[in-house]
Write a protein that binds this ligand. Sequence first.
Ligand code: SAM
Ligand code: SF4
Length: 321
Amino acid sequence: MDPFGRTIDYLRISVTDRCNERCLYCMPEGYKGWSKKADHLSAAEIIKVVAASCALGFRKFRLTGGEPLLRKDIEEIAAGIWSLPGVQTLGISTNGVLLARQARGLKQAGVRSVNISLDALDAAIYRNVTGGNVQDVLAGIDAAIAADFEVVKLNCVLLRGINEDQIWPLVQFAAERKMPLRFIELMPMSKIAETDRSRFFSIDEALQILSAYDTPQPLPEYRPGHGPARYYELSHTKARVGFIGAVTTHDFCESCNKLRLTADGRIRPCLGRHGEIDLTPTLRSGGDIEAIIREAILNKPESHAFAECYEPGRPMTAIGG
Ligand code: SAM
Ligand code: SF4
């Protein structure tokens, strides 16, 4: 329990700050702030941190990045985590580009749920946002469905003037595949124009767009993957659409259940506050990492600072989304 009465039992683990895409909202063009490979936690070190967090009552884990599928040992990391007593669920967040050839292996290694970023179906819009090829991602989605994960969800970051006309096509795409789809408000996680207020498109506006096509009914109990989204079911299409309104939802942080572990071994109690605690010296000298994780829980802020002119330090790709 943290000082605000929240149960903290979810660790999001960034396994790399590297990426094979360069999304407008996540990684500034020409970004060169990569941490050294030697500073990345090894598979064994990541598993050790997860074991320590299990001892403190953590039960839910998600691998992320950067792009986690760029780690050659991603299956070893997943299998090591999944073998630990106390681990109830293990997910991965990916851009999907490499998923077509890795989905089966990830499933066999223990991954239970997969979140795939898909900001547009239109190839040109997708390329504009991410620099990548949407066909690779669509092949990755097919492979994830075929691999029969417990949950496969889609994520779309809302960007005014860039992808709002993709909202309804994405809902139809997700409904046809019976996949939950989440719309995410743009967070100021990068010092670039693309994350300024002019690009911001709220979840309320997205909900209004859906209401023009269908009737959204709230699903207050539905929480696939234990994330922060609030879901609706659309009466006609039966799509299940979640909204992550980190910026506009006033009580967003009240149900926060997570800590983050960065690829370079820092525990970050809140995405939208700068504080981080470096675990690496303790981890590498055989010290008490449980004590540090406990300290991070005790230092978890009540809420993020996005409404207080939050100035990002390192971009999302370096922290882990
Ligand atoms: N590379 C993987 C991917 O794209 O899904 C995993 C890492 S990515 C940082 C995790 C999630 O964070 C993605 O859904 C991405 O869209 C989201 N994200 C990144 N930057 C964001 C921002 N500035 N605001 C809101 N969501 C963001
Ligand atoms: Fe890479 Fe994911 Fe960030 Fe896009 S959102 S640049 S795919 S880490």
